[in-house]
Ligand binder design. Structure first.
Ligand SMILES: Cc1cc2nc3c(=O)[nH]c(=O)nc-3n(C[C@H](O)[C@H](O)[C@H](O)COP(=O)(O)OP(=O)(O)OC[C@H]3O[C@@H](n4cnc5c(N)ncnc54)[C@H](O)[C@@H]3O)c2cc1C
Ligand code: SF4
Ligand code: SF4
Ligand code: SF4
Length: 342
């Protein structure tokens, strides 16, 4: 039986938990638990991590879909065709452009469904399949805790032909690898910028109560910006700590990740590089260009936003400088050599 390479990714704790392998394994040998760790449902004790050897058919698909095995690019900005600021009327995390794009893609039938993330009142994440424009309203706002977006593709792959994905860079990357290697049903990938993410229990039991000194029930919005981690509470107050106080609590795979701007997306969206309340928008593909045309009359555009793309480049370089050494060290331990920074 061939040995799935993803087992090594999982064993070295660098699996991003994107879920690409989960949704595409033909044998159903891989599952993800709620803590975004890969698990075999049938034998938790014996195979605490990874694909279940007794179920795996050895097709090796999973290794071709894994962003960690595929590796990272040196220059994240090489494929950027256009960069600008944009803002919609939707009250989203930043300019709500992700949400207006999602609504419009569903309204126009460009996609049949989109996978994304909602949250409950305890900041617990819920993977949701949006099929109606109204479903998008449940997903607005950033959750800095992780959930395995691509694992929610299993059902859509059976039911739909035109699927949209919204996710952080590791998920945009996994989605692109699925398109290239397993299924062309994913027709649009919207990627978010992402410096790091956190396990739910770390965020809710450590960071918010201990580091921020807040009651989780009072927190209505979380944000990273201007060198600080911000929590906004029901009483309208803004609370912050410096980012280094929380950043080292990020999930281990995030300390090995060298994609800040969702290089594999059709359109990348963030806040950095644009003014408060606006999105920074990066068009990367012809598909991205076409679908942005669909919302052009629904958004305000800022052609030369400040502080601009140079700040985004600086932060991308910082992420690479911090993480590439960790990543390359792990690559050297793998028994295969596809991975690396290309
Ligand atoms: C973990 C994380 C870290 C981020 N770090 C940065 C950063 O360092 N710099 C920066 O400029 N931007 C960062 N972003 C992106 C930023 O927070 C906004 O998501 C982005 O600007 C889009 O804003 P919007 O107003 O268009 O989103 P909205 O219209 O509010 O839509 C939000 C969308 O985000 C999706 N989403 C929410 N939480 C998650 C999650 N945990 N995983 C996957 N998808 C999710 C929802 O499905 C929804 O579609 C980060 C996002 C996440 C999830
Ligand atoms: S090798 Fe094939 S059957 Fe085995 S876990 Fe990977 S995708 Fe599933
Ligand atoms: S494809 Fe994603 S979930 Fe699967 S092993 Fe690789 S990083 Fe982990
Ligand atoms: S830093 Fe962001 S993109 Fe990278 S592994 Fe963590 S959640 Fe995924």
């Amino acid at each position: 039986m061939a040995h799935p390479k993803i087992l090594e990714v999982i064993e070295h704790d660098v699996c991003t938990a994107c879920g690409a392998c989960v949704s595409t394994c033909p044998a159903g040998a891989i599952t993800m638990n709620k803590h975004a760790e890969v698990r075999d449902p049938d034998n938790l004790e014996l195979y605490v991590k990874g694909a279940a050897p007794d179920v795996c058919e050895g097709c090796l698909t999973c290794g071709r879909l894994c962003p960690v095995i595929d590796g990272y690019v040196e220059d994240e900005f090489e494929n950027v065709k256009e960069f600008f600021g944009a803002k919609s009327k939707i009250e989203g995390q930043d300019g709500g452009v992700t949400s207006i794009l999602a609504k419009t893609l569903l309204e126009t039938g460009t996609v049949d469904c989109i996978v994304g993330i909602a949250k409950d009142d305890k900041w617990g994440t819920e993977l949701i399949l949006m099929t109606e424009p109204e479903d998008v309203d449940r997903t607005t706002g950033t959750k800095y805790t992780y959930d395995s977006v691509l694992s929610a593709l299993k059902e859509p792959f059976e039911k739909y032909d035109k699927i949209g994905v919204i996710g952080v860079p590791c998920q945009a990357h996994g989605a692109r690898l699925i398109v290239e290697n397993a299924s062309d049903k994913i027709v649009v990938i919207l990627g978010l910028l992402c410096m790091e993410s956190f396990y739910h229990d770390v965020m809710t039991e450590k960071i918010v109560p201990e580091i921020m000194g807040l009651n989780l029930d009072d927190v209505v919005k979380m944000d990273f910006g201007k060198g600080k981690f911000w929590n906004y509470t029901k009483d309208g107050e803004a609370h912050s700590v410096k980012i280094p106080e929380v950043a080292h609590h990020a999930r281990n795979p995030c300390h090995h990740c060298c994609d800040y701007t969702s290089v594999s997306a059709d359109i990348s969206l963030g806040s950095v590089g644009a003014p408060d309340g606006w999105n920074s928008v990066f068009i990367r593909t012809d598909v991205g260009k076409e679908i942005f045309e669909l919302v052009k009359d629904k958004v305000e555009i800022m052609e030369d936003p400040k502080p601009g793309i140079d700040l985004v480049k600086k932060l991308a370089k910082m992420k690479h400088d911090n993480n590439s050494e960790h990543y390359m060290e792990v690559c050297e331990k793998f028994t295969f050599d596809e991975c690396g920074i290309h």
